[in-house]
Structures are given as C-alpha cells and as structure tokens.
Design a protein around this ligand. Structure first.
Ligand code: HEM
Length: 194
C-alpha cells in the first residue's frame, strides 16, 4: 500500500531554510555591535542601509504592483528621519551611494527580495534595543523600531501572502531571496563605508 505523501511545507518555511546560510553569513559579517558603538558609526550604517532601500524599494514596488500592501512596508522615509536627526540634510541624503537596482521580474522575485527586507525588521528590533540602551533616549530609532505594535501583524500578513504565492513563482522567490541577502551582505560589508 502506498503511503500518503506529506503535505509540502509552506513556502515561507522553505524560503527560510533556503536562505538560512545567507542570513548567518550576513549576521556574522555585519559586525553591527562594533559599528553602532559610536553615533558616527551608527549613522554610517544607516547611510549604507538608505542606499540599499533606495535601490530596492522601487524595484520591489514594480514587481509587486500592490501599493496598498507595500506602502506600510516602505522604510526609506524612516531612514531619512533617522539620518536627518543625526545631522544629514536632504541633499546629502539624496546623494548617498546606492547599489545597482535589482531586476525583479514578477511577483515571485519581488516577494523573495521583500522577504529579506521584512525579515530584517526582526533583527532590527534587537539592534534598536541595543542602540537605545547604549546611546540613550534621544537616539533616533525610526528604522529599527518605527513599526511599533504593527511589527508583528505586518510580519504575519507578509508570511501569509508569501505562502499564498502560486507554485510557478516559487523558484523566482528562492533565487531573489538568496540574491538579495548576498547583495546586502556585499553592500553593507564592503571596505569603503562612509
Ligand atoms: C540587515 C541584515 C539582516 C537581514 C537582511 C535579516 C533578515 C532576516 C530574515 C529574512 C528573517 C526572517 C526569518 C524567518 O523567515 O523567520 C530574520 C529573522 C531574524 N533575524 Fe535577521 N536579518 C539581518 C540581521 C540580523 C541581525 C544582525 C540579527 C541579530 C541581532 C538578526 C536576528 C534575527 C532574529 C532574532 C530573527 C527572528 C528569528 C525568529 O523569530 O525566528 N538578524 N532576519
């Protein structure tokens, strides 16, 4: 008698497994505790993240074609608010370097890339608590902690949408997830940080 096949794991679970190594590499190489130990270091890290979001958010928006879903997940404005509070005026912010924009063709690729940015809000909470404890109440934390109570619901709603993607989108989501992690690691850990 043939055994019934196990139901496939949800896409989110498989994407987490497929990108686990890339997450570990990023977390290891980021050296974030050292970098946020001083306010100029914290500002430099946020400046680098701003460039990444400036390049990736428009590409993700295009691939998703669902602004109502994406709007509350945009974080460029939060990065700008933090950087402004740390003394960077708008023309300096707009001139910050950014990586090449990714090619995200279709919903699967856009969701794979957005998975990385949405997941980074979870690690961001850890970083935000650390930075707040280190530099005191006045330190701007819109990027890392700005979602407040919305963080949990936004993450759960994201996972539900991810799990609902059609089977034809899955390979594109895996590939974009790994590529986005690698691009972020390259961008945030290159020598010339400013
Ligand atoms: C900016 C770089 C980072 C990116 C892009 C990133 C990405 C991700 C992603 C995609 C997830 C979701 C995993 C899942 O599917 O459940 C995640 C979860 C998480 N990350 Fe990171 N991460 C980053 C940095 C960090 C750092 C530096 C830490 C440590 C302070 C960290 C700690 C965590 C934690 C605690 C979770 C939640 C794990 C769970 O609740 O299951 N991350 N991150």
């Amino acid at each position: 008698m043939t055994q019934p096949a196990n139901p496939p794991e949800p896409l989110h679970t498989r994407l987490r497994t497929a990108t686990a190594e890339a997450h570990e590499a990023l977390e290891r190489d980021l050296d974030w505790q050292e970098r946020v130990a001083t306010l100029p270091g914290y500002r430099a890290l946020l400046a680098r993240l701003r460039g990444f979001h400036a390049a990736y958010e428009p590409a993700i928006a295009l691939g998703l074609s669902d602004e109502a879903f994406f709007a509350p997940r945009r974080r460029l404005a939060a990065l700008d608010a933090d950087l402004a509070a740390l003394g960077l005026d708008s023309s300096t912010r707009a001139a910050l370097p950014a990586p090449p924009a990714p090619r995200l063709e279709g919903e699967g690729a856009a969701f794979g890339a957005l998975y990385v940015l949405e997941g980074s809000t979870l690690g961001g909470l850890v970083i935000g608590r650390h930075v707040g404890g280190l530099h005191g109440a006045g330190v701007p934390l819109a990027y890392s902690s700005g979602r407040g109570r919305e963080a949990g619901p936004l993450w759960r709603a994201f996972r539900a949408r991810l799990d609902g993607l059609g089977a034809g989108q899955e390979q594109a989501a895996f590939a974009a997830g790994v590529a986005t992690f690698e691009a972020m690691r390259g961008w945030l850990t290159t020598a010339a940080l400013g």
